[in-house]
Design a protein around this ligand. Structure first.
Ligand code: OSB
Ligand code: MG
Length: 370
């Protein structure tokens, strides 16, 4: 047998209710709505979820656009074909502009299938090792009192870093209060692009709290202004939204626009690109960490395997799934202990779909055959 022939694909839109709304500077999420792709071949199934949202709030991609690309272009081209390695998908994926989240979901589902066909955990094919990864929590925008209570709760649970979402009007006072209460806690902030260079006073104030990094302070598509800002502050800038490709990462590193990178495999078009960014960052002695998008257990499992690569030197955002969802779409419980998330054991991503529950949270389902 050389390679894997993709026989069938199943594409669902899933809606998982969140325990509590999650607010960031761009808006509030009440449910996690996402495309789930299942690829079948060689008697096996590979799974992945896309981090694309219904509307372009975090980045410019949308579920509608991604679904169209999958239906009209990618799935018809993949079905019935044999691929010897996930890299072999590149010539089909890469000619199309943007749509990194949709490219990623195809590549990630195939990686799972590929690793399962070889009966090895996904991390083996990504070049990672170890059986658990360090994680922190990302706290959405809420009152200062609630933020203090949640911070205490998660530090007690052993989480290794607290990341607070900020936005204009909810920044310096919040961090001041948290720092007064938790002087030594590993702390970072994430603005999701809510500030501009006109906010230098706020940036200088944030610079005084020994933050681990300031994540995506300026526009989602900017590199140049971040380089200007980094010259003015000591706290490392961490980019998230601005880095979609290894070329973006190179430009940001060469211009000192960031000193930490948040890598989300779903944002950068898949594991191939995530690895390139990871390796380039390492060459620049820049640490990376694995971000999250409130994924279900399927996306979490992919993220955990990626987080086992050696330059993932800072705690990631893959916290316990039970922080977000009353019930997950997988059987395994992805829960942390003392701030560490175990790597799911078994072939591929190492988790299995709870088909009965999945059916109850599926909004649409489409099937494709070779
Ligand atoms: O910027 O990292 C982000 C959630 C939704 C959109 C953007 C972001 C986030 C998070 C959540 O920070 C991280 C998690 O999955 O827990
Ligand atoms: Mg972020």
């Amino acid at each position: 047998m050389s390679g894997i022939r993709i026989e069938e694909a199943e594409l669902r839109i899933v809606r998982l209710p969140l325990l509590k709304p999650f607010t960031i500077s761009t808006g509030t999420m009440h449910d996690k709505i996402f495309p789930l792709l299942i690829l079948r071949g060689e008697g096996l199934e590979g799974y992945a979820e896309s981090v694309v949202d219904p509307l372009p709030d975090y980045l410019e991609e949308t579920i509608a656009g991604g679904m169209e690309l999958l239906r009209e272009v990618y799935l018809p081209q993949f079905l019935g074909k044999r691929f010897t390695h996930p890299n072999a998908l590149d010539p089909i994926l890469s000619p199309w502009r943007g749509h990194y989240m949709t490219k990623a979901v195809v590549e990630m589902a195939f990686y799972d299938l590929f690793a399962k066909a070889r009966n090895e955990p996904l991390q083996t094919y990504l070049g990672g090792e170890g059986n658990h990864v360090d994680v922190g929590v990302s706290l959405g925008i809420m009152s200062i009192d609630e933020t203090i209570a949640k911070t205490q709760e998660h530090l007690d649970q052993g989480y290794k870093r607290i990341k607070l979402k900020i936005m204009p009007g909810h920044d310096v006072k919040l961090i001041e209060a948290i720092r007064a209460r938790f002087p030594d806690c590993p702390l970072s902030v994430d603005a999701n692009g809510a500030y501009s260079l006109g906010d230098m006073k706020i940036m200088r104030a944030l610079d005084c709290f020994r933050l681990n990094y300031i994540e995506q302070p300026l526009a989602y598509d900017d590199l140049h202004d971040h380089a200007t800002l980094q010259k003015e502050i000591i706290t490392p800038i961490c980019l998230d939204e601005s880095i979609r490709t290894v070329a973006h990462a190179r430009k940001a590193l060469q211009t000192d626009a960031m000193r930490v990178i948040n890598i989300k495999v779903g944002r950068v078009g898949g594991f191939g690109e995530a690895r390139h960014i990871h390796d380039l960052a390492e060459a620049f002695s820049v640490p990376v960490w694995c971000g999250g998008m409130l994924e279900s257990g399927v996306g979490r499992a992919h993220n955990i395997h990626l987080s086992t690569l050696r330059n993932f030197k800072k705690p990631g955002d893959t916290s316990s799934a039970s922080r977000y969802f009353p019930r997950d779409i997988i059987h395994e419980r992805l829960e942390t202990k003392n701030g560490q998330m175990p790597v799911p054991q078994g072939a591929g991503i190492g988790v299995t779909l709870d088909w009965d529950f999945l059916e109850t949270v599926t909004l649409t389902k489409e099937s494709f055959k070779a």
